[in-house]
Design a protein around this ligand. Structure first.
Ligand code: C2O
Ligand code: CU
Ligand code: CU
Length: 543
């Protein structure tokens, strides 16, 4: 507590100074941030609106589009699918172009996104969400990336076991106008729900919030749930100005991670989903910073069958909620039931302890309706509806053997008053002096943070010494969470699962078992993209 108050006081002084210098163009609006989405959810008990904490220009607060500016209630858009240009079996060859694309969201003026498109695709058709890459274990994937952005970029294959030099590391950028080919082969056992997004240092947050992110599905030949119809829900966040533009990050966005007034599902606000039979849903949290605590209402139970890295060993039955931190994915089975009913897919109240100005924490994020769901079960046996059982064992997950080495990763934060007061203290629009660190330092591309041996099982203790949640993400492999420790209480992980992203609460240490199979450099970082850009990232050298 003392640490946070000290931090918050220094911050507010520095912010006042920055505002006075006019360094930050659009700082305000965030004090009401906690109330956004309330139109969707009028009577949430226990919700306290954030009190405005600093004198702010009213015009700036009014500059965002109202929370009902985007239409809702349209059918859930289908994802675009990236076309395979190869006819060779086992080879998936395609082109991804990152380029500006206009979508007429508001009547006044079209919104310019940055968007991934397939070769020759009409970028105005279909959702902003990058096209789905749908491939199989054993496939060789060859993606020609054309960068038509005004910035350098990369494509990072989040969660996938691709060679380090093909993984879109910040050190391997593709210049504006340039092209490169990413090539990798998907090993057996890699079936899962992944995604791709840019990873240039200090520009990842902006490129993602302007629209660059897309889903990947790797399928197994022996998928025990292949019989279920699939539904894909790719969640992204949009902060939209009243004039239709996508504004730059303000100080609060940098500090807490950006959350816009809209959560989009496959690019649409609050779409309608009709469920006629039991379905397998794949969920992606591709938001920069928003935590999604999924619920279909207290009466609507669902079954979790998968995490980031594919199926669980045993299904988790009877869930009424599931938290996905930014970057995380899950697979769930949603039952149609036996009688027609309605539900709302909601991101429930979650307190990630966002920092407030001038001190303390903001109230928890309010609930946010994501989609309306209508269950219209078809009679079994008629019209093609089938009763499908979920196998008691989905696959075998062998716990990683005892570690041969240990690593420690510590998240911390600090504010440097001198740097923040320095005029022109801003790189890529990022505030100087606001430091998010790993093991006491901010990211330096020239520094190796940790070194591991190839094929050596390690236990990493990831400790959060800040006062807010941070999702830890490690490239190049899937890991197993072993247990969590907080205030001296150790909780072994009840779930045997493959993940690449795990939330770490303030004061918590999460232990993971991990092994890297390829030599080279791998990133690990907080997946709140603003924190990543501000340096809460390290490099692992695998030898
Ligand atoms: Cu999804 Cu290093 O990122
Ligand atoms: Cu990643
Ligand atoms: Cu963070």
């Amino acid at each position: 507590m003392i640490r946070r108050q000290f931090l918050a006081r220094t911050l507010s002084a520095a912010v006042a100074s920055l505002l006075a210098r006019g360094v930050l163009a659009q700082h305000a609006g965030h004090s009401m941030h906690g109330m956004e989405g309330m139109d969707d959810m009028p009577d949430m008990p226990g919700m306290h609106p954030a009190k405005p904490v600093a004198a702010q220009p009213e015009s700036a607060a009014a500059a965002l589009a109202p929370a009902d500016a985007l239409p809702s209630g349209a059918p859930l858009p289908a994802l675009r699918v990236l076309r395979n240009e190869s006819r060779e079996p086992g080879l998936f060859r395609a082109t991804l172009v990152a380029e500006p694309a206009q979508h007429p969201l508001l009547a006044s003026r079209p919104t310019t996104f940055w968007q991934y498109n397939g070769a020759g695709a009409d970028s105005t058709q279909g959702p902003v969400t990058g096209p789905l890459i749908d491939v199989r274990e054993g496939d060789t994937v060859e993606i020609r990336f054309i960068n038509r952005l005004p910035q350098p970029s990369t494509i990072h294959w989040h969660g996938m076991p691709v060679p380090p030099d093909q993984d879109g590391n910040p050190g391997n950028v593709v210049a504006p106008g340039a092209t490169r080919v990413y090539r990798f082969t998907l090993p057996a056992g890699s079936a899962g729900t992944y995604w791709y997004h840019p990873h240039p240092h200090m520009m990842s947050a902006e490129q993602v919030f302007r629209g660059l992110a897309g889903p990947v599905i790797v399928r197994a030949a022996d998928d025990p749930l292949a019989g279920f119809p699939e539904r894909h829900l790719f969640f992204s966040d949009l902060k939209l100005a009243a004039d239709g533009s996508i504004p730059a990050n303000d100080m609060m966005d940098w500090m807490n991670g950006r959350e816009g007034q809209f959560v989009l599902v496959n690019g649409a606000r609050r779409p309608r989903i009709n469920v006629k039979e039991d379905e397998r849903w794949r969920l992606w949290n591709a938001c920069s910073a928003r935590y999604l605590r999924f619920s279909l209402g207290a009466g609507q139970r669902f079954v979790q069958v998968g995490t980031d890295g594919g199926l669980l060993e045993t299904p988790r039955e009877g869930l009424t909620e599931l938290l996905l931190a930014p970057g995380e994915r899950a697979e769930v089975i949603v039952r149609a039931g036996s009688v027609p009913s309605q539900a709302t897919l909601t991101a429930d109240v979650y307190d990630r302890r966002k920092m407030a100005m001038p001190e303390g924490s903001l109230p928890p994020d309010p609930a946010h309706v994501l989609a309306d769901v209508a269950f219209q079960p078809q009679p079994i046996g008629e019209a093609g509806a089938a009763l499908r059982a979920i196998p008691a064992t989905l696959r075998t997950i062998v716990p990683l053997p005892a570690p041969v080495a240990r690593k420690s990763v510590v998240f911390s934060e600090a504010m440097d008053m001198t740097a923040m007061h320095h005029s022109g203290a801003s790189v890529h629009g990022m505030p100087a002096g606001m430091r998010f660190m790993i093991n006491g330092t901010s990211f330096d591309p020239k520094r190796i943070t940790l070194t591991s041996r190839r094929d050596a099982v390690e236990e990493w203790a990831v400790e959060n010494r800040t006062d807010m949640d941070h999702p830890f993400h490690l490239h190049g492999t899937q890991f197993q969470v072993v247990g969590r420790e907080r205030g001296g209480v150790v909780t072994p992980e009840p779930l045997l699962a493959w993940r690449d992203t795990v939330n770490v609460q303030p004061g918590e240490t999460v232990r993971i078992a991990t092994v890297q199979k390829m030599a080279g450099e791998r990133m690990f970082h907080c997946h709140i993209l603003e924190h990543e850009d501000l340096g809460m990232m390290g490099t692992l050298r695998v030898i």
